[in-house]
Design a protein around this ligand. Structure first.
Ligand code: CA
Length: 228
């Protein structure tokens, strides 16, 4: 967290409910290290703005008037720059949750009348954590258990087993528990550069582009245990 207090992080917000959007903008801007660079209400505007803005964070609603926020998450992942993505939605069902995480979201918060927590959640996201509402985490774990018990899945996994090294599995386990990269580095006695190169290798081997996706894939593959 030490780095983030000295840098202003740009947040891009897509939310169609005007009152909610205004409350979120206010709550985010109340943090001295966060600023909303752009906010809009539709998928179309969001897709257009993503091409020119290079925000550090995309905070996106899923139910947009002209489509799903998941499309925006996919588009953001395809762009070649580092971006942390978090969903803020009223949808708490398994399908929306898993689709958003698979698409590349690292955080998933359920909408609540209280928005004061949002700035802290964004800072945690930037620090390497995955803020996920309690009801949502259950879907992810359930899906992992299902996958772990599927023989067909185990067979297909063997074929595409990404063969993480013992060290990479350790790193991934720590990340799953919500430690930041910095904390993992000091816990495992590594430099920050070493941890960065481990993370890059993990992403490459698992064919993923975000921390949320890496954790999801690794749990589904049985490479790491689901957090208790
Ligand atoms: Ca909406």
């Amino acid at each position: 967290m030490s780095d983030s207090s000295f840098v202003i992080h740009n947040v891009f917000l897509v939310e169609d409910d005007e009152a909610t959007r205004q409350r979120l903008v206010q709550a985010i801007n109340a943090h001295k290290s966060l600023t909303v660079v752009w906010s809009c209400a539709t998928l179309r505007e969001g897709l257009a703005a993503l091409k020119t803005l290079h925000p550090d964070v995309l905070l996106v609603d899923l139910g947009l008037p002209d489509g799903s926020g998941i499309e925006l998450i996919r588009a953001a992942r395809l762009l070649n720059y580092a971006i942390e993505i978090m969903v803020i939605s009223v949808f708490s069902d398994e399908r929306h949750t898993l689709e958003a995480i698979k698409a590349g979201a690292s955080g998933y918060l359920l909408k609540d009348s209280d928005t004061t927590y949002i700035g802290d959640a964004i800072l945690r996201l930037l620090a390497g954590e995955s803020p996920i509402s309690a009801g949502i985490a259950r879907h992810v774990l359930k899906s992992c258990r299902k996958a772990n018990h599927s023989l067909d899945f185990a067979e297909s996994l063997k074929k595409r087993s990404p063969k993480l090294t013992k060290r990479e599995v350790e790193v991934l386990q720590c990340i799953t528990k919500g430690y930041t990269y910095y904390e993992v580095a000091s816990m495992l006695g590594m430099s920050r550069n070493t941890i960065t190169s481990h993370i890059k290798n993990i992403y490459r081997k698992l064919e993923v582009h975000s921390r949320g996706e890496a954790v999801f894939e690794a749990m589904q593959s049985g490479l790491i245990d689901a957090p208790s």
